[in-house]
Design a protein. Structure first.
Lengths: 680, 334, 200
């Protein structure tokens, strides 16, 4: 910046937040605000203040008062991350009749006080950050948000309890819902469970009424046996491409009478609904209360598809509802908002070699046990060994299988303690067997959960505190003959114990869906390193994502139990209903635009855009940004070799001035250079 | 022929001469050219590490430095003894991971005019090279006398599958390499649940009561599975289970007779080699009867009379008969 | 390590000295690589996995708790590290990926230095083994076993006779020490320097 331009055009106010001690504990905020008013006056700073909590109403009023009295034309707030309070301060400016986009929030908390311990250096860094903000804000232009209408329909992906709850909430409010489910029936994992903790009510008894409601609801379109392939558009106006797999059943004719699966000669191990413990036919509904009631023909196992002959189902179908020529359908629906509730996969217990699952017959997983104990399951609810007939006299339940273990998953799966306690109760009640629970810590922190733990202790379950080291059938003495031996350190005794049991149940943990990363990409949201989808804010916005219009509910966000999944389903629905009621949505005006004259048509930006917001006009050989899709991230601006892309809110001028400001180059004063360079 | 740097280890020239002889006998036909490191020294087993960390690692690292010096384009350093393999691999691993530590060890080596660049050598166990480099197909080609009818327990022990710094082995607890190799030779391989359990290590010398119990677990399990022989790949394992089997029997008043063979001895038999050239007859628990079952004549055992010993503590139960596990065949759950 | 940090240790139930609260850190620093010991969650996978747990006076898990508590003397006196057979089950199964076997080696080192503990049979065996290696460059199995067993297990010798005969006849083990390696001087220099470095 040259010397003759020194006369400031703008009147800038700088506001330095203490954030209690969050910032003031490390950064000398008083010194920083004094420095700004002393040193940045040439840049246009006419007032600089520090305040305990800028985001409080008193802090905001301070800014508004200055805007009016000092005739400020620009505002720089040095506080937390824009993720948290950018809106707050923009609104404060708006309240004082200053265009909200003339306010710049720079972070001296996340990018300074929280990451440094050297107070002097952190204070110098805060000055540099503010200097950059001031240099930038001068080049801001007043912007107006874009208003787009919101489509009233909602897409819900995943028909488990979270998705069902969300669907019913939105549909009951009178708005259309598309509920997409990969399996032939909605219901999710909850449909497989026997009893639910801590009340021990039957899972199906409380779930199936909701499933029926979904099936009958005039506002809900169920798309089962279907998967989302592609998502175009943006908040308020998504276009979602869905593949509806061929059921080979004409649903308009099918009555769900069940003759087809009675007559089907092909028996298949049901490794999905029955967790591998039972059988189904090649034409099947996963369970009797399935919604919808129509079966599907599994074309991988169906004898007709494999060998070309059979068609037993077709011969016996009383309504001629079988159609072997059905093809997959691709359909597109338009929705304003999306909820992802795709749930979880079970940790593969075979990965833990010392627990012998898959090698030792009487080691079962939690999902196998749910089916074993379920009266609608393969044994009619009899808890028996793998031989199908022997009732165990002793059962060991192993907590934390694949969870809280850096060799597998480092997180706590949250449900296993309560689930294991429930198993202890069921085994005790149904078989009278001696039950051991092997745990590291018992975690029962919700309403009536610890009381349930007390009840299980009272019932006589034996608790051994220790992570099971191994499960083996190699006996060392006659007492261990023919048993599974659970070898563990009883850490409360401080001795290794070998406990012979007939059956072991592994409480395998919850994992993200195997394809969660691909799903996240389809919907333009992010997942953590573990694969769980990331919420907008872990405490204050747990069901929204960083992508406007895409919400998450249930285990897709992290392991959780049924009540918490229901809460999230309802919460996501409430968020969306609020948006639909507004009928339109204001989009951030911070957008990229392409100068067609300068665009060479190289298409580099097309593939780089993380929001698929850039389309290419084949006829004119130029790219164009869809302003409604663009999130203003600036990737294309930086990437364009011709410099043809400009961003409102992040012009070259703005960015370069901010860099100059950060380096204090704009001050032209030697003493202004930070004495101590902060250690990053 | 592929050249491999070779670290035999001390046992190979004393207690495990059968291993040494059989390794040499089978490597040639499989195209493995063993280039023994000149003037190697003892790896210190687990003993030096217990006394003094820096000297222990320096002792191991001298071998690595010599191997690097003599490498001549070869990068793989082969060991047949599990403890030697692990020690060499451990020194390389920690010198690489912990730079300050690596510097310290090199400082010690410098006193002898040596230096080792961690990561330069790839340290592998003989079984790993047989399985992953030579491959079962090539091994099968060499089989002229399949071991059909010989029922064996394959026993890997601890230090090859664990900690397995470079993930050369299929599993830390139930690896399949030795099973598959023995199957390729035509043997009947039992699914030995204790295949990576501990042989007792140095406990035979410092806590015999513990050692006998660990040996009993392995021997009684092999017996219960009706194994004709237990196949090992480590001199220490072979020594503990073979030489101490008699004492263990005396201690527990049992009468187990499970010959302990090196996997290379059985490879040699399958390749049609002469049993004497493979060190047969050097085992204290004779393999004569077991090998006779498949028509191989090995030296007759000299009947050794166990010295009667007064029991200490309570008598142990007799060997058990294994209950057959019932399976429904659908335990392959998702 | 020149001197043990504490000369007189507190009795087991007595007050713990402030310096001993750093005991855990001392163990970590003396172990090559990052053993991760501070991450122990006391789950007992190690104690449950250990094949010689029954011979130990404390399980490894308990030892780690004692290190945290600064119970130096109790740890140094414990036979636990000396009973470790280096099977590495605990190391690969530990949910916190703690290098437990390596920690056991460090504890053995420290226990010998502390002069209060150690298991004489075990540490003697290590010492005898190593003195032979330091002399010949290679181990001398028969000599080691003979020397060690005469010293520690004299009553067991009769039951060992058949084995000893077998070793000499069938296995053909030599009753004489091995030939010294050529670079014996070089090795001695390396080990001397290593011992100096260890003491730093």
């Amino acid at each position: 910046m040259s010397a003759e331009e020194k006369k400031p055009k703008e009147r800038v106010g700088v506001y330095v937040c203490h954030c209690g001690t969050n910032i003031a504990g490390v950064v000398n905020v008083g010194e920083v605000s004094k420095w700004a008013s002393d040193n940045l006056s040439d840049e246009g700073v006419v007032v600089a203040r520090d305040y305990k909590f800028m985001c409080s109403s008193l802090g905001q009023e301070l800014i508004q008062k200055d805007i009016k009295e000092q005739k400020l034309t620009r505002v720089v707030v040095a506080a937390c991350s824009p993720h948290l309070h950018e809106k707050t301060f923009r609104n404060a400016c708006k309240g004082a009749d200053l265009n909200p986009y003339l306010c710049e929030l720079v972070s001296i908390r996340e990018q300074d006080s929280w990451v440094h311990t050297d107070k002097i250096a952190a204070t110098e860094k805060a000055k540099a950050i503010i200097s950059g903000g001031v240099a930038r804000v001068i080049h801001h232009e007043p912007l107006e948000p874009l208003h787009v209408p919101i489509h009233p329909a909602t897409l819900i992906v995943g028909g488990g309890i979270a998705g069902i709850q969300a669907a019913l909430e939105i549909a009951d409010a009178g708005f259309p819902v598309y509920l997409v489910e990969r399996e032939p029936s909605i219901g999710g994992h909850m449909a497989q469970f026997d009893k639910t903790f801590p009340t021990l009510d039957c899972s199906a008894c409380i779930l199936t009424p909701k499933m029926v409601d979904v099936g009958n609801h005039k506002n809900i379109t169920m798309l089962t046996y279907s998967e989302v392939q592609k998502v175009d558009g943006y908040v308020g106006n998504f276009a979602v491409t869905i593949k509806k797999r061929a059921r080979y059943i004409k649903t308009e004719d099918c009555t769900g009478c069940g003759i087809c699966w009675e007559k089907c000669p092909k028996k298949v191990i049901d490794d999905h609904f029955e967790a591998g413990l039972g059988y189904r036919k090649a034409v099947y509904t996963p369970f009797p209360q399935a919604v919808p009631k129509y079966p599907v023909i599994d074309d991988i196992n169906c004898t007709y598809f494999v060998k070309g002959t059979c068609k037993a189902c077709e011969k016996f179908c009383p309504t001629n509802a079988i159609d072997f020529n059905q093809k997959d359908e691709i359909l597109t629906v338009e929705v304003g908002n999306i909820i992802l509730a795709t749930g979880w996969d079970l940790f593969d217990a075979r990965r833990v070699p010392n627990y012998g699952y898959g090698r030792l017959a009487n080691v079962f997983t939690n999902m196998e046990f749910e089916r074993l104990s379920n009266s609608a399951g393969p044994t009619g609810g009899n808890i028996v060994l793998r031989d199908g007939k022997t009732t165990p006299k002793s059962v060991g339940i192993v907590h934390c299988v694949g969870s809280r273990d850096k060799n597998y998953n480092n997180y706590c799966s949250a449900i296993c303690c309560m689930q294991s306690l429930k198993f202890a109760h069921l085994v005790h009640e149904k078989t009278g067997a001696t039950v051991y629970n092997f745990y590291i810590d018992i975690r029962t922190p919700a309403k009536a959960y610890d009381e349930f733990y007390q009840r299980i202790i009272e019932e006589g379950t034996l608790f051994v505190r220790g992570k099971v080291a191994e499960i083996t059938d190699a006996a060392r003495n006659p007492g261990e003959e023919g048993k599974l031996i659970v070898q563990v350190e009883d850490t409360l005794v401080g001795k290794q114990r070998r406990i012979p049991v007939d059956m072991v149940i592994l409480s395998a943990g919850l994992e993200p869906r195997y394809d969660s990363k691909a799903l996240a990409k389809t919907f333009g949201i992010s997942c953590s390193a573990d694969g769980w989808f990331i919420e907008r804010h872990p405490k204050l916005d747990p069901v929204a994502t960083m992508t406007e219009g895409v919400y998450i509910a249930g285990c897709v966000q992290g392991p959780k139990d049924i009540p918490a999944s229901v809460v999230q389903g309802a919460a996501a629905a409430a968020r969306i209903l609020g948006k639909i009621q507004q009928k339109e949505i204001a989009l951030e005006p911070v957008r990229a635009t392409i100068n067609e004259e300068q665009c060479s048509g190289c298409r580099i930006c097309n593939t780089l855009c993380p929001f698929n917001a850039i389309l290419f006009h084949e006829d004119r050989m130029v790219s164009e940004v869809n302003p409604a899709l663009c999130q203003g991230c600036g990737t294309c601006v930086a990437a364009c070799p011709a410099g043809a892309i400009a961003g409102t809110g992040f012009s070259n001028e703005q960015i370069l001035s901010q860099i100059d400001g950060l380096l204090l180059l704009n001050l032209n004063k030697k003493e202004a250079v930070p004495a101590v360079l902060p250690q990053v | 022929m592929t050249d491999y740097l070779y670290y035999p280890g001390c046992s190979m020239e004393s207690s495990a001469k059968a291993y040494e002889a059989s390794v040499e006998a089978v490597c040639g036909p499989l195209g493995i050219n063993l280039k023994e490191i000149d003037d190697w020294n003892c790896c210190g087993a687990t003993e030096y590490l217990s006394l003094d960390t820096t000297p222990a690692y320096s002792l191991i690292a001298r071998n690595l430095a010599l191997a690097e010096e003599q490498a001549n384009g070869t990068r793989t350093l082969l060991a047949a003894c599990s403890a030697c393999y692990l020690n060499l691999s451990k020194a390389d691993h920690y010198m690489h991971e912990d730079k300050a530590f690596g510097k310290k060890i090199n400082e010690a080596l410098a006193a002898g005019g040596l230096h080792y660049d961690p990561g330069q050598l790839v340290i592998r166990h003989l079984l790993d090279v047989m399985f992953n480099e030579v491959g079962l197909d090539k091994i099968k080609e060499k089989v002229v006398k399949p071991l059909t009818g010989l029922r064996v327990a394959s026993y890997i022990g601890c230090m090859v599958p664990r900690p397995d710094y470079n993930k050369h082995v299929s599993d830390t607890e139930h690896p399949y390499e030795l099973d598959d190799l023995l199957k390729a030779l035509g043997a009947e391989v039992i699914d030995f649940p204790l295949k990576t359990a501990c042989c007792g290590g140095h406990m035979t010398q410092i806590g015999p009561d513990t050692a006998f119990e660990l040996i009993r677990r392995l021997i009684s399990a092999a017996d219960e599975y009706k194994a004709d022989a237990l196949v090992a790949l480590c001199p220490m394992c072979q020594m503990n289970l073979d030489a101490f089997q008699g004492q263990m029997n005396g201690y527990f008043h049992t009468n187990y007779h499970i010959p302990i063979l090196f996997f290379t001895q059985l490879m040699g038999i399958a390749f049609g080699k002469n049993p004497e050239d493979l060190g047969f007859g050097s085992e204290l628990v004779s393999a004569h009867e077991a090998m006779k079952r498949i028509g191989i004549q090995t030296p007759e055992p000299v009947p050794a009379k166990p010295v009667a010993k007064k029991p200490t503590g309570l008598p142990m139960p007799p060997p058990r008969v294994r209950a057959v596990q019932q399976t429904t065949g659908n335990e392959e759950a998702s | 390590m020149t001197e043990p940090v504490i000369v007189s240790d507190p009795p087991s139930a007595g007050p713990v000295k402030h310096e001993d609260l750093k005991l855990l850190q001392e163990v970590i620093l003396r172990t090559p690589g990052d053993p991760g010991l501070e991450m122990c969650i006391q789950c007992g996978t190690c104690g449950g996995s250990c094949p010689s747990a029954s011979a130990m006076d404390h399980t490894p898990r308990a030892i780690f708790a004692m290190l945290r508590a600064g119970m130096r003397e109790d740890v140094m006196k414990s036979n636990t590290p000396w009973m470790c057979v280096s099977c590495y089950y605990c190391t690969v199964r530990c949910p916190q990926e703690i290098h437990i076997t390596d920690v056991m080696y460090t504890l053995k080192n420290m226990s010998l230095e502390s002069k209060v503990g150690g298991n004489s049979t075990a540490s003697d065996f290590s010492k005898t083994f190593i003195s032979l290696v330091e002399n010949y460059g290679r181990s001398f199995e028969i000599g080691l076993a003979g020397f060690h067993n005469v010293k520690h297990f004299i009553t067991r010798l009769p039951s060992m006779t058949p084995m000893a005969i077998g070793m000499l006849t069938k296995k053909g083990m030599s009753p004489f020490p091995p030939k010294r390696i050529k670079g014996m001087d070089q090795l001695k220099k390396i080990l001397k320097r290593a011992k100096e470095l260890e003491a730093v």
